[in-house]
Design a protein around this ligand. Structure first.
Ligand code: PGA
Length: 253
């Protein structure tokens, strides 16, 4: 059975002390109320806080993920972080292809494909983001866009490799805007993504992949979103910065 996943993408937020406080807040709440058996929580802090959050994760309340990785092995890439470095710190997940990276740092599907390869080579599970911008949604092109992102970024992988992925569908018009996709919109496109995967890798592989929804997901709408058969959790931005909101979302299955 595929996992329900709630991943917190902290983006470029929090000082070290604030980050420490947030993890402690999450752990305190999880001590009082356990996550569902099939629910996995992943925290994705900024690079400098990975070790601190990882140290806490030894208590196995959650897994830890990075927010980005470089597409090269190693070398003269000032300011960058490799998959090998993350693996050497026992980081288990990494977000790839977030729409902010696509929009502000020119990440193409080809670069995303290389990043995914780097992560898989180092036994780190990629959380791969896809999703259309508002004009594409208004023109009814969301299915084409998502299909292109998934096939160009990921369809070079073997079925075995593909099974390590987590997919996050994040309509760009819903990220940080307070405008959430309706449960029907989310289910429609998640089912389409699963179907697209099934056509390439077969139904068994498609059924194993967790597909998360992202974009203004909060405690008040998580239940409705996660109740859909093809929505296996969420990639949470703003609401992941507040322990109670984030844990409430994780309890919404
Ligand atoms: P949001 O961000 O929850 O703040 O909309 C989600 C994301 O970008 O991963």
């Amino acid at each position: 059975m595929r996992k329900n996943i709630v991943a917190g993408n902290w983006k470029m937020n929090k000082s070290f002390d604030e980050a420490d406080e947030l993890v402690n807040g999450i752990m305190e709440l999880l001590e009082k109320k356990e996550l569902g058996k099939n629910t996995l929580m992943i925290l994705c802090p900024p690079f400098p806080y990975l070790e601190m959050v990882s140290d806490y994760s030894n208590d196995s309340y959650f897994m830890v993920g990075a927010q980005n990785v470089n597409d090269n092995d190693k070398g003269a890439y000032t300011g960058e972080v490799s998959a090998g470095m993350l693996a050497s710190m026992e980081i288990e997940y990494c977000i790839v292809g977030h729409s902010e990276r696509r929009a502000y740092y020119g990440e193409t599907d080809a670069i995303i494909a290389k990043k995914v390869d780097q992560l898989l080579k180092n036994d780190i599970r990629p959380i791969v983001c896809c999703g259309e911008v508002l004009e594409e949604r208004e023109a009814g092109k969301q299915f084409d866009v998502v299909k292109r992102q998934i096939s160009e970024g990921l369809f070079h992988l073997s079925a075995e490799q593909f099974k390590s992925l987590v997919i996050a569908y994040e309509p760009v018009w819903a990220i940080g805007t307070g405008k959430t996709a309706t449960p029907e919109q989310a289910q429609e496109i998640h089912a389409f993504i699963r179907q697209t995967i099934a056509e390439k890798y077969g139904k068994d592989v498609a059924d194993e992949i967790s597909i998360l929804y992202g974009g203004s997901c909060k405690p008040s709408n998580a239940k409705e979103l996660f109740a859909n058969p093809d929505v296996d959790g969420g990639l949470i931005g703003g609401a992941a910065l507040q322990a109670e909101d984030f844990v409430n979302i994780a309890m919404s299955f």
